[in-house]
Design a protein around this ligand. Structure first.
Ligand code: NIG
Ligand code: FE
Length: 413
């Protein structure tokens, strides 16, 4: 719902003072603290944007300097507030599920890229209405867990008509849509990967391009070679799209180096990295997006976030929500895994799931709580962000605002 407000006027629904915040994570680095933590804090939201942040005791001054008298007060009761999560990697639009494949994997089967084709068959068979309803349910699930910005990939259509449908439906829920025609070789082109790539860079790219912002390719054994990915990504760039890469998920390979060479915004997975890969990432603007929901659900080793952070690489955390390798939409769960299994501190993990995700999407209006950014806020039922890792599996997201508008959560149905 959007409400138009005359210039200079105030939209009362999206204007309030959130005060009584025990611990505010702004992600505006200060005094060596990348999380820009403020204790006993307040945030003034005006017309869906952040107008001011600071100590609660200074809030009256901020109010006097511009907001209407009688501004609505929301009391956080000493709880923690963080920026809304920025989930920079999801595959939220698909038909069917793969619970049987998961069960077989838990009994010892290996994960392989080929399982994607099962979801392709179910997605092609699904109607627009069905896909739209499933997507809406998953988006609501994400929002209720504190995700206020999300990217959605195509990639379960793999023919011109279905990829175009997926791109169009995804664009109904987010501006961050990624074309992933190069997910695996489509079943109709088995045995002729180069021919399939011709289709991806030709008719398929033309059919999706008005709905998408990004192009992605899966550079991996069982998916596409680095040369094939380069063709796809360069075609996307020529069509005006930004570049993202799936790489180094199932084994060592060329994905990371290709992403860096092409100036990709992000290379995602980064589970198997050589020292040269880490050095290349550290000397680039490409964000390494880690997706530990995948390692949880495929029983693979977790990526080594500590090694990347110590080398100076910018790390994001995302859900990779998809029916095959990671069917979770929960960034709190991902944060808990990153802290428990990947050597991240709680502060690093929360930064990576908020500001890191924003960097991975090259966005400056989200992921940070600072004057002018979107009022995307999460109030935790906890005194500090550490509890996201310390209390895994507990629904700590108490209230969520997107653009200053409160969204339903489990706590506020
Ligand atoms: O990011 N790696 C490629 N694509 C997805 C898996 C999709 C699937 O198994 O259906 C991923 O893990
Ligand atoms: Fe993925």
């Amino acid at each position: 719902m959007s409400t138009s407000v005359p210039t200079g006027a105030t939209d009362a629904a999206k204007t309030f003072l959130l005060t009584g915040i025990g611990e505010l994570t702004t992600n505006v680095a200060a005094d060596g603290d990348p999380c820009g933590t403020v204790h006993d804090a307040a945030v003034l939201v005006r017309n869906g944007r952040i107008a001011w942040t600071g100590r609660a005791t200074d809030a009256s001054e901020a109010l006097a300097s511009g907001a209407e008298p009688g501004v609505r007060i929301v009391n956080a009761g000493g709880r923690a507030v963080i920026p809304g999560f920025v989930d920079s990697h999801t595959h939220l639009i698909f038909g069917g599920d793969r619970a049987e494949e998961f069960t077989a994997r838990m009994a010892g089967e290996r994960y392989a890229a080929g399982g994607i084709r099962t979801t392709v068959a179910a997605t092609r068979a699904a109607t627009d209405d069905h896909l739209r309803a499933r997507l809406a349910a998953l988006v609501a699930e994400c929002r209720a867990q504190g995700t206020t910005t999300l990217e959605v990939k195509t990639g379960y259509g793999l023919d011109v008509e279905t990829e175009a449908r997926l791109a169009r439906l995804a664009a109904e829920v987010t501006d961050e849509v990624t074309f992933l025609g190069a997910h695996v070789v489509a079943p109709d082109h088995a045995g002729s990967a180069d021919e399939y790539v011709d289709l991806v860079v030709g008719d398929m790219l033309r059919a999706v391009s008005s709905h998408v912002r990004w192009i992605d390719a899966f550079c991996e054994e069982g998916a596409f070679t680095a040369d094939q990915c380069r063709r796809v990504l360069e075609a996307g760039r020529a069509a005006g799209l930004g570049i993202r890469v799936h790489g180094n998920q199932l084994g060592f390979g060329e994905g990371v180096r290709l992403a860096v060479a092409l100036g990709a915004a992000a290379v995602d997975h980064c589970t198997f990295l050589t020292d040269d890969d880490v050095i290349a990432l550290a000397g680039s603007d490409t964000v390494a997006t880690l997706l530990p929901g995948v390692e949880f659900s495929t029983r693979q080793p977790y990526p080594d976030a500590r090694r990347l952070r110590d080398a100076g690489v910018t790390v994001a955390l995302a859900s990779d929500c998809n029916p095959g390798s990671s069917f979770t939409s929960s960034l709190p769960f991902v944060i808990a895994l990153a802290v428990r299994e990947m050597g991240m501190t709680p502060a690093e993990a929360v930064w990576a799931a908020t500001a890191g995700g924003a960097r991975a999407l090259r966005r400056t209006d989200v992921g940070t709580i600072a004057p002018g950014t979107r009022a995307d806020l999460v109030l935790l039922d906890a005194p500090s962000r550490v509890h996201l890792a310390y209390r895994p599996g507990v629904p700590l997201v108490r209230r969520v605002w997107k653009d200053g508008e409160e969204l339903p959560t489990a706590a506020t149905p």
